[in-house]
Design a protein. Structure first.
Lengths: 81, 472
């Protein structure tokens, strides 16, 4: 799966299931957690989704604001494995 | 941590930076930390327990390092660190032959006896380490043992029972057995650091660390008494390249220490004179008076703990280690989730990594997944009750944890339902500002009322204070 597909799938999942507003214009470098759009429970949901969809396990210790705040960071984490 | 200890740590830091060559600094920090855990351990009524408890902390630490290390031969540095630790423990025990003023603890056991006990304990640990049928479960068993030890020192009936047994064995008066006999300084923090490394080893996340790095990380003296709870891999980065003390670092470190002393020893200790406790709650007759005691309690607690953290971070800077921050203006947060991201941050990070996140993920991944709202409730309640129990196994601490767990649950449900409206506030800055101010006031008072469970020793007095606060 190429990076663009992963990025768009993640963007769709985050806006639909975590922000719960499909019309929200989520940009690549927007702070999703620092902007109050996601919290630690959403990060756990996102980790389960990434594991099931892309087969990438993200350790709990990586589910932090410092590492998973923007779509760019999340995509980088998924594609680094 | 006393002012004398802080003064000694600051003076020693100057000597350390001036006289100790770079390659010996790591060893010095390890040695200073080992000596400090004996010096800091309070006197215990049970004879020699104030020597045994820090020694047991070291034994547990070395055992956990052995269990968490990757396969392969031991490095020379590891043998040297083990020898160094044993020599220092024996040296502390040898102070029994000196005048009492020169001892770090009350009279320690005889040195040959300590040596024999260390040999037998080492044999037991190696046996555990090499037993093939335990290989798969060794890390889990070690974590369960640490949790059992935490329960033992935090559940009063157990500590009293254990104290009776020890008193009887030592020929001391059993009727005087009390939970205070078991004041095992720093163990709550040590246990969480050890569990972090054991769990990270289990999930393959722990990078290799030497025995010297591991022991110094677990018992690093500025953070030994009350945190912050650093992470091993982060600590190791600092430890491997301890920087020279520049004027900027000296100013920063001393500045943090001065701020910490002002907060802890001036502000907090002054506020303590008017802070809520069982005696004052019983003496005050008006609701207004009780509210005043509660406000004072909230600020005393903050200044005391954040002041301690400032001192610990400041001393760490003087020795070249940048400990993580623990507080970030928590009483100015506009929701309870933000409060927990800024109050005792290293503890809340720990429970998020090792309880909330794995539990939530496990429930979310189940084939017959429970409703999302139930997972949310279970996750928040379990996590916060664990934080409550970590402070002490008693009804008020459980209720304090449940109070915050429910608060986080309600906030999450509320914020999910109102997110669209909240996002629209971005276009209306004044309204957003007013909303934030309201959020800060609401969050602060929610936390404030939660402190009632924390401040009072039993449910009855806490409930009585709640009733009287609202004139009931």
């Amino acid at each position: 799966m190429d990076e663009t597909t992963i990025r768009e799938q993640l963007r769709a999942y985050i806006t639909r299931d975590l922000i719960r507003d499909e019309s929200y214009p989520l940009t690549d470098d927007e702070g999703i957690i620092t902007g109050g759009l996601m919290d630690s429970f959403s990060l756990a949901e996102l980790a389960v989704y990434i594991d099931k969809t892309f087969g990438v396990y993200i350790p709990d210790t990586d589910l932090t604001v410092a590492r998973m705040d923007t779509l760019d960071q999340i995509v980088a984490r998924v594609t680094q494995v | 941590m006393t002012l004398t200890f802080i003064a000694i740590a600051c003076t020693a830091a100057l000597v350390y930076n001036r006289l100790v060559p770079d390659r010996w600094r790591g060893w010095m920090l390890m040695g200073a930390s080992i000596v400090a855990i004996y010096a800091l351990q309070p006197f215990t009524a049970i004879r020699q327990l104030d020597f045994v408890l820090p020694t047991f902390t070291l034994v547990l630490t070395i055992a956990c390092w052995l269990f968490t290390r990757a396969a392969g031969p031991f490095a020379q540095d590891d043998y040297a660190a083990l020898l160094f630790t044993v020599v220092l423990v024996l040296a502390v025990s040898a102070t029994r032959y000196l005048v009492p003023e020169l001892r770090l603890t009350s009279r320690p056991p005889e040195t040959p006896l300590v040596a024999l006990a260390l040999i037998l304990t080492a044999g037991g640990i190696v046996l555990l380490w090499r037993t093939p049928y335990l290989a798969h479960d060794r890390l889990s068993i070690a974590m369960l043992m640490l949790i059992a030890l935490l329960v033992m020192i935090k559940y009063e009936p157990l500590t009293i029972g254990l104290s009776s047994v020890l008193r009887s064995w030592r020929g001391q008066d059993v009727t005087l057995a009390a939970s205070t006999d078991w004041s095992w300084l720093g163990f709550s923090y040590v246990a969480f650091r050890l569990i972090h490394t054991l769990r990270d080893r289990q999930t393959g996340q722990l990078p290799p660390v030497s025995l010297r790095e591991y022991v110094t990380y677990v018992i690093f003296f500025p953070a030994y008494t009350a945190g912050p709870i650093d992470r091993a891999e982060r600590f190791a980065i600092d430890y491997r390249a301890l920087p020279a003390l520049t004027a900027a670092r000296l100013t920063e470190g001393l500045g943090r220490i001065v701020v910490g002393i002002m907060k802890k020893f001036v502000l907090a200790d002054t506020l303590a004179l008017l802070s809520l406790d069982a005696t004052r709650a019983a003496q005050v007759t008006s609701a207004g008076g009780l509210w005043l005691l509660l406000y004072v309690y909230a600020f005393r607690l903050f200044f005391d703990f954040s002041g301690y953290t400032d001192i610990a971070i400041g001393i760490g800077i003087l020795y070249g280690v940048q400990l993580p921050e623990n507080f970030d203006r928590p009483y100015l947060r506009n929701n309870i989730a933000a409060f927990w991201q800024s109050w005792h941050m290293t503890l809340s990070g720990w429970v998020r990594f090792y309880i909330f996140s794995p539990l939530s993920r496990w429930l979310l991944s189940k084939p017959k997944r429970p409703p999302l709202i139930l997972i949310l409730l279970i996750g928040h309640l379990t996590t916060m009750i664990v934080i409550g129990l970590w402070h002490g196994i008693s009804g008020p601490f459980v209720l304090w944890g449940a109070w915050h767990g429910l608060g986080l649950f309600v906030h999450k449900v509320w914020s999910d339902r109102t997110r669209k409206a909240y996002l629209r506030l971005r276009q209306r800055p004044r309204l957003r500002q007013a909303w934030t101010v309201l959020g800060v006031a609401l969050t602060f008072h929610f936390v404030l009322l939660g402190w009632v469970w924390f401040a009072l020793p039993d449910l009855e007095s806490a409930l009585s204070v709640f009733r009287r606060l609202f004139g009931l």
